[in-house]
Design a protein around this ligand. Sequence first.
Ligand SMILES: NC(=O)c1ccc[n+]([C@@H]2O[C@H](COP(=O)([O-])OP(=O)(O)OC[C@H]3O[C@@H](n4cnc5c(N)ncnc54)[C@H](O)[C@@H]3O)[C@@H](O)[C@H]2O)c1
Length: 243
Amino acid sequence: MKLQGRVAIVTGAAQGIGRAIADKLHAEGAQVAVADLNGDGAAAVAARLEGLGIQADVSSEQDADRIVQETLGRYGRVDVLVNAAAIVPFIAWDEVDFAYWRRLLSVNLDGAYLVSRAVERPMRDAGYGRIVHIASNAFYAGTPNMGPYLAAKGGVIGLVRALATELGRYGITANAVAPGITRTEGCLATPHRDSFDFVQALQAIPRHGLPEDIAPSVAFLASEESGWVTGQVLVADAGHIRD
Ligand SMILES: NC(=O)c1ccc[n+]([C@@H]2O[C@H](COP(=O)([O-])OP(=O)(O)OC[C@H]3O[C@@H](n4cnc5c(N)ncnc54)[C@H](O)[C@@H]3O)[C@@H](O)[C@H]2O)c1
């Protein structure tokens, strides 16, 4: 087990890819704090994993700090942060207004920054940390109807590089996993649900992606054995993007 004795925070873990990551990190031996805007969903996943459920909005400075404080209060340490919380939109470019743009950026980019900032001090004090952001292969594909989302995921990749450069000396790595289209509650609730067969035709591995296909890449980057890998984006998309 890769994560025996480790404590991990996973944001956006009430459902979808975040929940599969929480399950995988737990299976690898970690104690898991499950943070989500959906408090009941977070509590249900946490109960199943004998972890800690936290209702929180990652776009709030206070909530981001509280996620880390509650985790430290329960477990006394935090070794791993996985930032999976995000809004997954389907919105034409000419329907994006500034309020929507700001809300999406505040969750998908500010949220990744705020929780990363909050874990930095305890990780620095411990001389060890693994930060893994969930990006998207849509950033490379330029997928339509996702304008603010692509801008936010590009920002997340920039954040990964900044964190890697500035935190490496403290034993902290920062990387991202960029999934391809994946059958999650969030994705299936939008017209993206109609794209799976089209995208499958572009993949090297011809089937629909599941949350469980993404979690093992995250577990590797969350583990001690990935210690020589930082500032990287691992694309987990069945070979859709190849360049
Ligand atoms: N599903 C895909 O096709 C796909 C592809 C590439 C990348 N991703 C990325 O994977 C991650 C998970 O996506 P998913 O498809 O599982 O989405 P999802 O919508 O199924 O789940 C997202 C979770 O994040 C939570 N959340 C949303 N806003 C939040 C906030 N402000 N604070 C805290 N929690 C919040 C939701 O409550 C939900 O539980 C996201 O970062 C997404 O961008 C998804």
